[in-house]
Design a protein around this ligand. Structure first.
Ligand code: EPU
Length: 433
């Protein structure tokens, strides 16, 4: 199992480039199911979840070519015939976003069999709202041996119907799943209390380029006029705002001068406001943000509370917490989206942090010098938080189970090394017994 070895306390200097957004690329790849023509996606990040989605689509009979050479961030998907419309448990268990194929499969083929995702490190992650929406569109759902089988009306031979759906709770992939189903439904759909994340807007832009009629993506209310057929399209995926945000914090925590390049500053409202409140200096350009800091010890504590977009993203909570261990003062971090997203706290405390958790709230006492230690990654963003802590720690930190970080960050160790971090990947540091 790969590990990272990080020697801390080097300020990051220079320019670091942002990859395409994993959480946009995943629904956009699933959208290719909706047409028999070719869909070409540019700016696809080379991360493990994308490879998992490639396997998922291929296992259903799709032709998926992940780019190579100069076109290495391009993918070409052709779902000419979907001979096996099943999302198998072996794949779903490693990536819950696999449930994103439910809506497009049933819309295209009339039948979908998707393994039920179980819980995961950050919480229960149910998909009841996807199911409720599909039922409102006329789907019939049955459960069988851990699989969910969905059929369109008339036992899978009819078309889904447009529907009025008010989401009980804001869900990102739920909004995306139903958007794809509604694009090919018979009649008009009106969705309320939708997720407003840029990833939803990105998906809607692709669907519209494929011939869908979607209005209002990026707001809480989305209207979709169903069409009978969608065609192929070429689309460029948005930059990854969470990867970019992680780099902004890396610049701030190390006292660096870092230009985070190839992002869309409009996606960072809540993070920018919070970092500036703490005293981080940010210069915003059209597609980059430069972060300058004279060290996190000169920054003031500030509380955060995670919210749906445009609020402070849950996917940045763990990284912010690493920064908060260095602030002057105490910060209170409240996690409102997932019930169990403090897995990084135990590991940060092992490195010398002073964080206490009560329910959904963590209290982070600042100005705690971090020391190197052997630490364990538990999920994607928790791993990113440990990398950030290691960048400021005294000595050499060993991070185990970095496959979690490889799910969503493209060669993070190479990117960080390019701006002065001392970080390397090792096969098995301790060797076999
Ligand atoms: N929820 C339900 N029922 C549902 C769906 C969601 O109760 O049917 C609940 C969830 O349990 C959670 C809340 O609603 O408490 C929000 O979940 P949401 O559905 O929005 O999360 P998701 O769509 O499964 C996406 C991202 C996550 C990100 C969340 C929140 C993708 C592939 N994943 O997950 O990204 O944390 O939105 O912004 O887009 C990550 O990249 O590390 C990651 C976990």
């Amino acid at each position: 199992m790969d590990k990272f070895v990080v020697r801390g306390q080097n300020p990051l200097l220079g320019t670091i480039k942002v990859s395409g957004a994993k959480n946009s690329a995943l629904p956009c790849m699933a959208a290719a199911i909706l047409t028999e023509n070719e869909v070409i996606l540019e700016n696809i990040p080379q991360v493990r979840d994308i490879e998992t989605e490639r396997k998922l689509l291929s296992s259903m009979g799709a032709e998926v070519e992940l780019g190579y050479g100069r076109a290495q961030h391009r993918t070409r998907i052709k779902c000419g015939i979907l001979s096996d419309p099943v999302a198998k448990y072996e794949i779903v268990k490693t990536m819950r976003a696999s449930s994103l194929v439910l809506g497009p499969l049933i819309a295209r083929t009339g039948i979908a069999r998707v393994a039920m995702p179980g819980g995961c490190a950050i919480g229960d992650r149910p998909i009841d709202l996807h199911i409720k929406g599909l039922e409102a569109m006329g789907a019939t759902i049955n459960y069988d041996h851990g699989y969910l089988e969905a059929r369109s009306p008339n036992n899978g031979s009819g078309q889904l119907k447009g529907a009025h759906v008010v989401f009980d709770k804001i869900t990102v992939t739920g909004t995306e799943d139903l958007l794809m189903a509604a694009a090919l439904a018979d009649g008009e759909s009106l969705f309320e209390n939708c997720a407003r994340e840029p990833e939803v807007t990105d998906l809607a832009a692709l669907l519209n380029a494929m011939g869908a009629k979607i209005e209002g993506a990026g707001t809480g209310t989305i209207r979709i006029k169903g069409v009978s057929k969608l065609h192929g399209a070429r689309h460029k995926i948005n930059p990854d705002r969470i990867e970019a945000g992680t780099f902004l914090i890396a610049g701030a925590i190390t006292g660096g001068d870092l230009n985070v390049d190839g992002l869309n500053p409009a996606h960072f409202g809540a993070l920018i406001a919070k970092l500036e409140e703490c005293g981080v200096k940010l210069d915003l350009g059209a597609d980059h943000i430069r972060v300058r800091s004279s060290g996190a010890a000169n920054l003031e504590a500030a509380d955060i509370s995670t919210e749906e977009y445009p609020g402070f993203p849950t996917d940045m909570q763990a990284q912010y917490m690493a920064l908060a261990t260095q602030f002057e003062g105490t910060s209170v971090v409240t996690e409102n989206i997932f019930e169990n997203r403090f897995m990084h706290v135990g590991e940060l405390n092992r490195m010398g942090a002073n964080i206490t958790v009560q329910g959904r709230t963590a209290t982070v006492r600042g100005k705690t010098p971090l020391q190197s230690a052997a630490v364990m990654c538990s999920d994607l963003r928790a791993s990113a938080s440990l990398v950030l802590a290691a960048l400021v720690a005294d000595g050499e930190t060993i991070l185990d189970r970095v496959y979690h970080i490889d799910r969503g960050y493209e060669r993070i160790e190479e990117k960080l090394r390019g701006v002065g971090a001392q970080i390397r990947r090792m096969g098995d540091v301790f060797g076999k017994k």
